[in-house]
Design a binder for this molecule. Structure first.
Ligand code: ST9
Ligand code: ZN
Ligand code: ZN
Length: 356
């Protein structure tokens, strides 16, 4: 691997540390712009809610081990996976990135699953996520990972947003999302739809169908499942922005993180994803074992509900790997200069030509 770029190909000055109470500066196109003093403003209501939520989730875990029916825990796991697709295949790959298109039937399913996940309306989620990619790891990135693991994981939901987000956010085009009646409906009635879908139905089902206790039904498939899914999502912003290899672009922080990919249904291949955000697979190879969301989308493509799936050619990937990769990329195929000589010589070539 011989990348021919030796310095970060960006003119954004990343800011380290958590000196929120200092003036922040940013360099754009060679110009230094000074922003008004930014002081972190903690939202204590959110701090209290998230502390209570995580405490209740631990109690749910205790109940799952000590008193719940097995089917209740299986149901909680099923809801984690199902709501996860509402985020990965819905809010993320379909609505934020438009990496494929979906018929109204699939959009409706995804909107329901997305509401079950309660990560705010898909339109608001996609707005923040478009900012995250466009202004990655600057003050205009809602979960700017240069402010540390905790801030990127959950801290950003515990304080007011940086003024840069609101300022630069005005330039983000959301007309495609507002022109979808399903998304408009979800956003308009979110305060009614979300509590019913995320909290009431998952609690009632175990009591009604298999006589689970109200406590077990509330704390396991509802609270524990919701909190667990949130943390799996947040790990993409924290762990996958700080830990892992960078085979596609060593000049950015997003990294390839297999552990996160497993927990987040295929969303841990984050170095690739930040380089090619329009690829519906969010990773190079369609390995379903570490990318359930790709399998989910491919299934709906098979029945015709998902279409216009965008992906990246092997040649484009190879060129990028050679230009900016950190050298950890696995073999891209025949002709990769890292292919061991013995493997090359031992390869079986069917119907060979003279130029092999
Ligand atoms: C949650 C979201 O957890 C998690 C998202 C994670 C994203 C992960 C991405 C990784 C890749 C995908 C991987 C998926 C893996 C899934 C795995 C599944 C198994 N642009 O926000 P406000 C303006 S949610 C433009 O209130 P504050 C705008 O005018 C958890 N403008 O800011 C807005 O007004 P409006 C549940 C923007 O007051 C106004 O500012 N939800 C933008 O600073 C005010 O906006 C909660 O806990 C923008 N981007 O408050 C709620 N942003 O909206 C938590 C804002 O009317 N949130 N503006 O247009 C809050 O309480 C607040 O947002 C706050 C900030 C306190 C954090
Ligand atoms: Zn990211
Ligand atoms: Zn993304």
């Amino acid at each position: 691997m011989a990348p021919n770029i030796t310095s970060a190909p960006t003119n954004v000055q990343f800011e380290k540390g958590t000196s929120e109470d200092l003036h922040r500066h940013q360099v754009t196109n060679g110009e230094t712009k000074k922003y008004p003093e930014y002081r972190i403003q903690i939202v204590w209501r959110n701090v209290i809610i998230f502390v209570l939520l995580h405490t209740a989730a631990l109690y749910g875990l205790y109940l799952a081990i000590t008193s719940a029916k097995l089917v209740t825990t299986i149901f909680a796991f099923f809801l984690y996976q199902a709501s996860g697709y509402g985020i990965t295949a819905g809010a993320h790959r379909l609505w934020a990135h438009r990496s494929y298109k979906a018929k109204w039937q699939l959009r409706t399913i995804l909107a329901i699953l997305n509401t079950l996940a309660f990560q705010d309306s898909a339109i608001d989620w996609a707005r923040d996520h478009r900012m995250h990619h466009k202004y990655s790891e600057t003050d205009a990135d809602p979960h700017n990972a240069t402010r540390g693991f905790f801030f990127a994981h959950v801290g950003w939901l515990l304080c007011r947003k940086h003024p840069e987000i609101k300022e630069k956010g005005k330039g983000i085009d959301l007309t495609d999302l507002y022109s979808d009646p399903i998304l408009k409906f979800q956003k308009k009635y979110y305060l009614y739809l979300m509590p019913i879908t995320c909290f009431v139905i998952p609690t009632v089902i175990p009591v009604y169908f298999w006589n689970e206790t109200w406590a077990n039904a509330y704390f396991i498939p509802t609270i524990l499942r919701y909190t667990f899914t949130l943390n799996m999502t947040w790990l993409v912003n924290s762990a996958a922005h700080l830990i892992g290899n960078k085979p596609y672009d060593k000049f950015i922080n997003p990294s390839e993180n297999r552990g996160v990919a497993i927990g987040a249904l295929g969303e841990g291949w984050h170095n690739y994803h930040h380089v090619f955000p329009w690829d519906y697979k969010t990773s190079e190879l369609g390995n379903y074992a570490f990318n359930f969301t790709t399998a989910f989308i491919d299934f709906f493509a098979m029945i015709g509900w998902a279409y216009d799936l965008k992906t990246v050619s092997m040649d484009m990937v190879r060129k990028r790997v050679e230009r900016t990769g950190d050298g950890t990329h696995e073999l891209w195929g025949w002709g990769d200069k890292d292919l061991p000589r013995e493997d090359r010589e031992a390869a079986i070539i069917v119907n060979p030509t003279k130029d092999q």
